[in-house]
Design a protein around this ligand. Sequence first.
Ligand code: PSU
Ligand code: MN
Length: 303
Amino acid sequence: MMIESSPPVAAALAAHGPVVALESTLICHGIPRPANGELARRMEASVAAAGAVPATIAVQRGILCAGLSPRALAKLAAADSVAKCSTRDLPLVLARGGDGATTVAATIFVAARLGIQVMATGGLGGVHLGGAASLDMSADLDELARSPVAVICCGVKSILDQARTLERLETLSVPVVGFGCAELPGFYTAASGLAIPRLDTLAELAALIEAQRGLGMPGGVVITVPPPAEHAMARKEVDRLVADAQAASAAAGITGAAQTPFMLRHMAERSGGRTVQVNCALAEANAALAGRLAACLAERRRC
Ligand code: PSU
Ligand code: MN
């Protein structure tokens, strides 16, 4: 296996204990410094407080690591030019011996190989605005169709075409549910206007995952929760920020993998840091829920 697990992660996996995978693109390309380092620590702490072991995934000098020491995590958050790695980028960064931050796609690819069933992030990647023509659709979606990992998130990032992303996930046979909500959350905001099935307990979430495994389906599930109410933004404000970021991105000729980081940065600046605040709060809450779900799944395995 080309993946190196940290001692705590290896021990938890060997004992079939609860482990939660965390991504590193959110840290390196989604949140500005120094808030990103603080968030990385808080997400790990939230997973641990729920009784699970955090496994932040990243490539370090050509080695694909699951679980970073506090020092390595701080170094990653402070680093300048860590490559954004989706699944297709992993072989190249390994071959070059470089450093890489994993997206949701690359993170669940690694998690699945290790038998980690749950991961947490802020917002899933998806079909970009205009994606029907440009074909810019996040590899997060296709990877979810083949990696059996439950991704806890606040829906699809606000900069994306949320309705078309849901359509694509349906085509890929990836279940999308709301935990305590019957509407796909809109990432920075609670509302999207898109209906999804609602589940209300951890046991129901676990049963969903177990049913998918029981049927021999290859993929994962998307478990969505609204952003914490005290931090959530109004939909109108988010729509305005997205439209501005979209226009700036088009004017600057930004395409491909650079688009998501560019737009997130633009909205952070235009909102005076409001979007970063929401993003950090929701990512931390998602990590806590992921920890609880992983603990619940491990408990049910023992019964
Ligand atoms: N969630 C956040 N911020 C982020 C991301 C998720 O709150 O920056 C990252 C994830 O790594 C996700 C990626 O996989 O954005 C999507 O990038 P793209 O659209 O290029 O696939
Ligand atoms: Mn893309």
